[in-house]
Ligand binder design. Structure first.
Ligand code: SAH
Length: 231
């Protein structure tokens, strides 16, 4: 090996060891190996998952792990969902650009960004103030103007903006909150993890047609607990 080639090789190795990871490549791999290799086929969902920079929504220390096949801690005992879960829930909503979507559990803001990237008008509620504020900052920094963040107990939904074409709940409930069923538009879709406390729950797809509510179990899931405001 001549000297120039050796130097080149050393620079490349240095970049790999000390530089920042190639997040773009990691993200494309995530989409291919974790989403397409499973059952994510919706092109709008796949496109959004290729575009949204997940590493920007996790704490600095967790960034190198942003694209692994797992949920990650975002502080305050909360997590950013596994990429596959974000994609699956998004795909279940069958969104069209311009749809009005309510999210309960803003967390990192990543799921909201994916919904916004599809062209939805997103209203998202977070009960932990510091998380909601941080998510709002990230969403602004990433230029997602079509997301409104509110701090509060999402149990009551967002009556001033109802009804919603779609509702996504990213914390596990024992019972589906009645206000959310009321705020779902005719023909609308809701995904929500339902089941006993601290157990594996069912991700339920709720639809409303001719005023009738239909529920379908889609996937066993583990989520953080839905909390209630103290007063
Ligand atoms: N969608 C998030 C996942 C966050 S985990 C993301 O992409 O990162 C679930 C979040 O729901 C937590 O941040 C938790 O604080 C919040 N949460 C729990 N109960 C809530 C409630 N009643 N109203 C609003 N947010 C709630």
């Amino acid at each position: 090996m001549n000297r120039a080639v050796l130097m080149g090789a050393m620079i490349l190795m240095g970049a790999a060891v000390f530089g920042q990871p190639d997040y773009e490549r990691l993200r494309m791999e995530m989409v291919e190996k974790q989403l397409m290799a499973r059952d994510i086929t919706d092109s709008a969902t796949l496109r959004a998952m290729r575009i949204v920079e997940r590493h920007k929504f996790v704490p600095q220390i967790a960034r190198p792990y942003a694209y692994i096949d797992s949920p990650l801690s975002i502080g305050k005992g909360q997590t950013i969902s596994q990429p596959y879960m974000v994609a699956f829930m998004t795909q279940e909503l069958s969104l069209k650009p311009g749809d009005k979507v309510l999210e309960i559990g803003t967390g990192s803001g990543y799921q909201a960004a994916v919904l916004a990237e599809i062209g939805a008008q997103v209203y998202t509620i977070e009960i932990v103030e510091s998380l909601g504020k941080q998510a709002e900052k990230c969403l602004k920094a990433e230029d997602y103007a079509n997301v409104s963040v509110r701090i509060g107990d999402g149990y009551h939904g967002w009556p001033e903006e109802a009804p919603f074409d779609a509702i996504i709940v990213t914390a596990g409930v024992e019972e589906i909150p009645e206000p959310l069923l009321v705020q779902l538009k005719e023909g609308g879709r809701m995904v929500i993890p339902v089941g006993k406390k601290r157990s594996t729950r069912q991700l339920v797809l709720v639809t409303k047609n001719n005023g009738k509510i239909k529920k379908r179990n889609r996937l066993p899931v583990v989520f953080v607990e839905f909390q209630r405001a103290k007063n």
